[in-house]
Design a protein around this ligand. Structure first.
Ligand SMILES: [Zn+2]
Ligand SMILES: [Zn+2]
Length: 306
């Protein structure tokens, strides 16, 4: 339970109430969870708040293994009506995966393909966001595509672009992450040259500028990493205008993208084991989230049963 920024405690709490109760088998963590812990986040309810949004477990009613999707769109607001439910005006966020049990609306659940381990299935949430970002990029096969940032999101983007038939270069200053990119079929470099498609996966103003600087005339730039809330980003006017850059945001995912991500993980097209890090119990969550990232990019796995 989060009691305020930085205040995380493992506590016995009342049983969660909702349409379906799921006994958690694995919840993976990402930078959003670190933000939740350190600063609070828009997806959190009022304190004391539960968090964790990449969650897989077993339905207590039917025993079925499910991914607990982290959002349910309303289906009736203007963005939902326009076929963009990831931008829903009245999104219901479903968080609380860092727990023994989580309650969720049935509409948030996805069946987990047989044979896919819980930690792998939990990664369908971030992978779905990568699937969405690649769809936003509209990458044609053979495109010269670049990814800026070799965290787990950058690596997922690189892998998906490789699967789309692109020629993919990933830039990261950590040699271990460049090696991970190579294992996914991409080129690993310290700094990007110039590319016809650039996906930014860092989430800092200077990285957004670097993504623009790495774009060839007429290129598409997709901003996948969210900058800290309240950020203003200054971008150079000349390439936006004279080089006719298409600069697009990519945020979140829809239900079909989550199912696509589950299928990619189950079929082995995206090797989740290459992105899985240490498994800890709830008692290890705080230290795991606050540990500085170094070396390879791997996701912390929380298993409340250990
Ligand atoms: Zn996440
Ligand atoms: Zn809506």
């Amino acid at each position: 339970m989060l009691h305020g920024p930085g205040e995380l405690f493992v506590e016995e709490v009342a049983e969660p109430e909702g349409e379906v109760v799921v006994a958690v088998e694995a919840a993976t963590a990402c930078a959003t969870d670190v933000k939740c812990l350190r600063y609070g986040h828009i997806i959190l309810g009022p304190y004391p708040a539960r968090f964790g949004h990449e969650t897989v477990g077993r339905r207590e009613d039917s025993g079925e293994r499910v991914l607990v999707g982290d959002s349910v769109a309303c289906g009736s607001c203007p963005p939902c009506g326009a076929g963009r439910p990831q931008l829903c005006d009245r999104m219901t966020w479903v968080v609380g995966g860092f727990a023994e049990r989580i309650a969720a609306p049935a509409a948030a659940l996805h069946a987990v393909p047989a044979g896919l381990a819980a930690a792998g299935a939990a990664m369908a949430e971030p992978l779905a966001a990568a699937v969405h970002a690649v769809a936003r990029a509209g990458a044609p096969a053979g495109a010269d595509a670049a990814v800026l940032g070799g965290g787990t999101m950058g690596l997922m983007l690189a892998r998906l672009l490789v699967l789309e038939g692109c020629d993919v270069t990933l830039a990261d200053r950590h040699p271990e992450r460049r090696a991970q990119a190579r294992a996914f079929g991409a080129r690993g470099v310290e700094q990007l040259g110039r590319h016809e498609l650039v996906l930014e996966a860092v989430g800092r103003p200077q990285a957004w500028r670097a993504a623009i600087a790495a774009a060839t005339p007429g290129a598409t730039v997709v901003l996948v990493g969210g900058c800290p809330s309240g950020s203003d980003v200054t971008l150079p006017a000349a390439p936006l205008h004279y080089a006719e850059l298409d600069v697009r945001g990519a945020f979140h995912h829809d239900r079909a993208e989550v199912d696509r991500a589950l299928a990619l993980l189950a079929g082995g097209a995206v090797d989740w084991r290459a992105l899985a890090g240490e498994t800890v119990g709830l008692d290890g969550l705080r230290d795991g989230l606050l540990r500085p990232a170094a070396g390879e990019a791997r996701k912390l796995v929380i298993d409340p049963r250990v």
